[in-house]
Design a protein around this ligand. Sequence first.
Ligand SMILES: [Zn+2]
Length: 107
Amino acid sequence: MKCPHCNHTFALTWKEYFLEILGCHDCVACKRRFKLSFSWLYLAITVLMALIIGGLATFLIVRCTHSRVMAVVGSLVIVLVVLLPLDRWLDDNWRKSAPLEPDKPES
Ligand SMILES: [Zn+2]
């Protein structure tokens, strides 16, 4: 991630990802808060990957076990195992950051 205030680049850790699941983060250098911007492409990629992985997992689990409960639980676990690292990677490398409050002019 890149801080929009001081342009410092730092890695998003799992702890920070889960603590700030809504996408508001503190810069490790200047300690100011910023948010990750929303985009329809980000939402489309995430939803599309969830549907593809979930659909494929459901199909394969139902085919092998003939159990709807196993399909729901198994698909949910598989989607989370694949989607959380993808979402964290998108947050860290792809989503743009924007300041929560405007920068104050230097006096
Ligand atoms: Zn900063």
